[in-house]
Design a binder for this molecule. Structure first.
Ligand SMILES: [Zn+2]
Length: 495
């Protein structure tokens, strides 16, 4: 447990955001009660920390009996990294109009493979434990069901119609790289698929989706699918943007199979939607009309977005969470967290109700940008990032494209997905696995829990300000992860 002392100086909005993110990620149970004998947290005005040290995982966190102190400039660093404050100030763009990775502070400091902010939050928890002495320390259990970390598998549905075009584009890419063997196998698979199609057989797109659904089903994974809601035109085809309609028979058939498997469907926002509320809302409604369920989540196609502005459009269009914050050209932690954080809008200097679920690992990052064509190497990369998420008891989010099939130019990929799922779930401490909607709901609920009062016998009066009550019980731990108390999810404080 921890109680914030009244700050010596008024905190600025971005500092308040940074503090909220840090405390939430630390899992320490906040206490309102001014009389409770718990560890106090004091934010100081000394400016002893520098940004580079913070990015490298160091900060001046001091503790003495019953008190933990750190300086307020750390809070600005948290909002610049986890709130993408720095990326929102960037004015440089790549050919796809995205903020290039080198504008990200963690890439600049060569720390993008480390959940730096999540580690700082764990250090805060450890400092509170040390400072506590005989005082009680209470933390909220990280994930439901006694699980110590979480994993979510996602799939962006980029290809439904016109698949031979994608086979040809991929052949060009493979031959340019001298991957003659893979190109030959893809050509053969593509021709065989075309032959089967002519004979009335299944399309390779259907087969790709079917294989992923089988792998998810075998492992008991409910995944999250991001689906296009726009209209293809010659221009969108040429730009690699929208290439199918959500209402087509082929798309409907795929989406029924996805829904029947209990998976979640979110919007894969088109290029035109990125800063346009009306387009985002229209695409969301088109998808809802096909699936019968309004999508709560969105991830922009190509991860094409303007940090801040795109999220404001998503919020205005009615979305609950955004899953776009991944690096387009590498895997790692774009917001420095293996976790879910509230959005931060630098323009209005306000925390937003759109939760950010950063993308940690992507199948094609090594292939497209690193020229590595062996799926085993991609999977090793994903599994090593999952280990970093496990270490901070955080969340790993992976993306595997259903169009990675032999006929579309990826001869070894389908078996790779099954292996990825098995390896991420394997080990002594298996993760909690859920759709992005489920992990967002859990984190939002956990974030809202606090203790209003603490009686002299140590009895806690808990309230939960999250909008969603959880079906899971609330588990309180001591500072070492040992369960102290389990009780039903508390009621809210808003009458
Ligand atoms: Zn896409």
């Amino acid at each position: 447990m921890i109680r914030l002392t009244t700050p010596a100086a008024h905190l600025r909005p971005n500092e308040r955001y940074g503090l909220a993110v840090l405390l939430d990620a630390s899992r320490l149970l906040p206490v309102d009660d001014p009389a409770a004998d718990v560890v106090r947290l004091t934010i100081t005005n000394d400016r002893r920390d520098d940004y580079d040290a913070f990015l490298a995982g160091r900060w001046a966190l001091t503790h003495e009996d019953g008190e933990v102190r750190f300086s307020r400039n750390v809070l600005t660093y948290v909002s610049d990294v986890a709130g993408a404050g720095e990326e929102q100030r960037s004015e440089s763009y790549d050919p796809h109009d995205r903020v290039p990775s080198h504008e990200n502070p963690l890439v600049r400091a060569e720390r993008w493979r480390e959940p730096v902010v999540s580690r700082h939050a764990a250090a805060l928890r450890a400092a509170v434990r040390t400072a506590a002495g005989p005082r009680p320390v209470r933390c909220l259990a990280p994930w439901p069901n006694g699980r110590r970390w979480a994993a979510a598998f996602t799939h962006d549905l980029d290809v439904v119609a016109g698949w031979p075009v994608f086979t040809l584009l991929r052949l060009v890419e493979l031959l340019r790289r001298g991957e003659v063997g893979r190109a030959a196998r893809s050509t053969w698979a593509g021709l065989a698929a075309a032959g089967r199609r002519a004979g009335g057989g299944q399309s390779p797109v259907w087969q790709g989706v079917d294989q992923l659904l089988r792998a998810d089903g075998d492992a008991g994974v409910r995944s999250t699918w991001f689906v296009i809601g726009g209209t293809p035109t010659l221009r969108t085809w040429a730009g690699g943007d929208v290439t199918y309609r959500p209402e087509s028979r082929a798309t409907r058939r795929l989406l029924s199979a996805v829904s029947d498997g209990g998976h979640e469907i979110g919007l894969h926002g088109s290029f035109a939607s990125w800063l346009d509320v009306a387009t985002l809302r229209r695409e969301r409604e088109r998808l809802a009309a096909v699936t019968g369920r309004v999508p709560g989540g969105v991830r922009q196609h190509f991860l094409r977005m303007r940090p801040g502005a795109t999220q404001q459009a998503m919020l205005a269009a009615g979305f609950r969470y955004d899953a776009t914050y991944g690096y387009p050209d590498r895997s790692g932690f774009r917001l420095g967290v293996a976790d879910i954080v509230p959005g931060w809008d630098a323009k209005t200097q306000a925390s937003t109700p759109l939760d950010e679920v950063p993308l940690v690992w992507m199948d094609r990052a090594l292939s497209k940008y690193g020229g590595v064509e062996d799926p085993d190497a991609w999977i090793e990369d994903g599994v090593s990032l999952a280990a970093a998420c496990r270490e901070v008891e955080g969340l790993w989010v992976g993306l595997w494209h259903p169009n990675l099939t032999p006929a579309l130019g990826f001869p070894d990929a389908p078996a790779g997905y099954g292996r990825l799922v098995r390896e991420v779930l394997a080990g002594e401490r298996p993760p909690f696995v859920g759709t992005l909607g489920e992990v967002v709901a859990w984190r939002a609920a956990r974030r809202g829990v606090r203790a209003r009062t603490v009686t002299s016998e140590g009895r806690l009066d808990l309230v939960a300000d999250g909008e969603e009550r959880q079906q899971w019980p609330l588990v309180l731990e001591d500072g070492q992860g040992r369960v102290v108390e389990t009780r039903p999810w508390p009621a809210g404080d808003h009458g």
